[in-house]
Design a protein around this ligand. Sequence first.
Ligand SMILES: [Zn+2]
Length: 180
Amino acid sequence: MNAKFNIGDTVYRGTYERHEKWVTCPDCLGSTHIKVVLGDGTEIEIECGGCDPGGYQPSTGIIRQYDYESIARKFVVTGVKVTTIDVNYELDNFGSGSYYTGDDGNVFATREEAIAKAGEDRIKYEDEENKRLMAKTKNHKSWAWNATYHRTCIKRFKDALEYHNKKIKISEAKAKDVRS
Ligand SMILES: [Zn+2]
């Protein structure tokens, strides 16, 4: 293989910058709650699972997404390694301990070429990451689970409340017996 660039050449390598943006949750449309109709016709309102940030935080009504911007970074070739199958470049390796690498597939003579290459990959990454962040929405199984879970808890606490109330009444009754 012949190297396209030599030590000391200025080259451009494409990359992208992520810009955070927030979009309205498509499940609750920002209201943070959704209505669920259970099998017996009972309609209940639960916190939206689509924009639930997890933990004890309440649902937010918004979902994080990213815009990717293709950019080109300028480097100086500081090393060239040629093998029979490819060419590798060391970039900005001035001995400070941090440097980058590139090859003939992603290092270019002009900023425009580098940005064009970054643009090809960008769309794929952007789409994949945003899909992943959206993955929780439209998850009917987890909504149903949430609804069932909260109802079970309410029933359990109601039973517990009844039990403890009874205990106290008994004690009060007993206390009265002692006094009288
Ligand atoms: Zn939501």
